[in-house]
Design a protein around this ligand. Structure first.
Ligand code: GLY
Length: 360
C-alpha cells in the first residue's frame, strides 16, 4: 500500500469538524508510473466483490470498454434476489412496487445514459447503456423508460421476491402515519439511534480503469426502501451517483441519495481529483461538503455526537486515471466500511476511510 498523502493534521485542519479519521487506505498501482505494468482496476461498493472480478475480466479478456465492463459486472448483483438494494429482490416503494434507477458513463466519449423509476426490468444498467448508445438522450424515466426497455427487447418480469414482499408487508403494518420528512426511518429525530436502524438504502457503484487509461462507470439501485412512488435518488443522476472524466478519474456514491444530489457529490469527487487530490482525499472532501450542507435537524443525530453532524450513511468511491483508488464513508466504526477492488492482485475488500468514526 502506498503511504497516504493526506496527513492526519491536514485532514483534521481542513475539515474542522472531524471527530476521528481512520487510516486512509488506497491502492498502489499506477499504470502511468514509469516501469509499471498496465493493469485494469475495478472498484465498487462492498456488495460488488464478484462484480469487480467480472468487470476486470471483461476488460482484460474480452476487451470490453470500461463502461460496458462495469454494466456487466453489476448485472450479477441486479439479478441476485438476496441483495435487497438492487434489481431483482430490491425493496419496493410505498405501494409495494419495485422502481429501479441506474446510469452509466463512458469516459472516452464523455457520454452517459440513465433510467429512473423503471418498473419490471431486472437490469436497469443495461437499459441505461442502450439509452447512451442508441439515443441522443441521457435520462429516460417511468413509463417512457419502460417502453424503451420493451422496444429494446429486454424481458419484463416480476421483480418482487417473496422476501421483499414480506418485508414490505411488515413495514406497512408498522408504518407511521407520515414518515416522509425524516430520513431516519420515521423515527423521532431526538430519540436515541444506533447504527443500522435507518430505513435501508443500498446500491452498487462500479468504476473501471482500463490499462490504456480509459474510464467508465455505472451505478444501479432499487433506491430507498418504501420510497414515495416516483422518488428518484442520486444513482441515475450524472454528477450525483456517478461521474467520470476520461482525463481525470471516475467516482460514484452509495447511501443517502438525497445528500449526494444536494452536493453534486460524484462530480465534486472527480473535480477534487482534477485539482490534485488523491481518491481518498477527494471522497473525504465531498463528505465534508455534505456534512457542512446538512442544515436540517431531521438529518442530525444529537444522541451520537455534536448536534449538527449527519446521521445518515453515504459512501464515495473513486479511481484516478493514474491508478490510485479509494473510498470514504460518512460514519461508522473502524473496519466497518469496506469497498471492493479487483486488479492484478485479485478481487478483495479494502477499508474505506471514515469521516466520523464511532467509538468501538
Ligand atoms: N443511493 C441510492 C438512493 O438513494 O436511491
Amino acid at each position: 500500500m502506498e503511504s497516504s498523502r493526506v496527513t492526519r493534521r491536514s485532514f483534521l485542519g481542513a475539515s474542522g469538524a472531524v471527530l476521528a479519521a481512520s487510516a486512509l487506505p488506497r491502492g498502489a498501482f499506477s499504470p502511468l508510473q514509469p516501469g509499471a505494468e498496465a493493469d485494469c482496476i475495478a472498484i465498487s461498493s462492498a456488495n460488488g466483490i464478484g462484480a469487480v472480478a467480472t468487470a476486470r475480466a471483461a476488460v482484460m479478456e474480452r476487451k470490453l470498454r470500461p463502461v460496458s465492463a462495469a454494466v456487466l459486472g453489476v448485472a450479477e448483483v441486479e439479478a441476485d434476489p438476496n441483495d435487497t438494494s438492487v434489481g431483482y429482490g430490491g425493496l419496493p416503494n410505498e405501494d409495494g412496487i419495485v422502481q429501479l434507477d441506474a446510469a452509466c458513463m463512458d469516459g472516452p466519449r464523455h457520454n452517459a445514459g440513465a433510467v429512473a423509476s423503471l418498473e419490471g426490468y431486472m437490469h436497469p444498467a443495461q437499459v441505461a447503456e442502450r439509452v447512451m448508445d442508441r439515443t441522443d438522450h441521457v435520462l429516460l424515466v417511468g413509463p417512457g423508460a419502460k417502453r424503451f426497455a420493451h422496444e429494446q427487447g429486454f424481458r419484463e418480469e416480476n421483480l418482487l421476491t417473496e422476501a421483499s414482499h414480506k418485508a414490505w408487508r411488515e413495514w406497512q403494518a408498522t408504518r407511521k402515519e407520515d414518515d416522509r420528512l425524516w430520513p431516519l426511518n420515521g423515527a423521532d429525530p431526538d430519540a436515541p439511534w444506533t447504527l443500522g436502524e435507518t430505513r435501508p438504502w443500498g446500491t452498487i457503484h462500479c468504476s473501471v480503469l482500463a490499462p490504456n487509461g480509459d474510464l467508465g462507470c455505472c451505478t444501479t439501485t432499487s433506491g430507498l426502501a418504501w420510497k414515495i412512488p416516483g422518488r428518484v435518488g442520486d444513482s441515475p443522476l450524472i454528477g450525483c451517483g456517478l461521474y467520470c472524466d476520461n482525463g481525470v478519474g471516475s467516482a460514484g456514491a452509495t447511501g443517502r441519495g438525497e445528500a449526494a444530489i444536494l452536493t453534486g457529490g460524484s462530480w465534486l469527487v472527480v473535480e477534487r481529483m482534477r485539482a490534485g487530490d488523491d481518491p481518498v482525499e477527494a471522497c473525504l472532501h465531498a463528505l465534508r461538503r455534505v456534512a457542512e450542507q446538512t442544515l436540517r435537524a431531521s438529518s442530525w443525530q444529537p444522541a451520537l455526537w455534536a448536534k449538527d453532524k449527519p446521521a445518515f450513511g453515504l459512501t464515495f468511491y473513486a479511481v484516478r486515471k493514474d491508478g490510485l483508488y479509494g473510498s470514504a464513508t460518512m460514519v461508522g466504526r473502524r473496519g466497518s466500511g469496506k469497498f471492493a477492488v479487483a486488479n492484478a492482485r485479485g478481487a478483495r475488500l479494502e477499508e474505506s476511510a471514515i469521516l466520523y468514526e464511532l467509538p468501538a
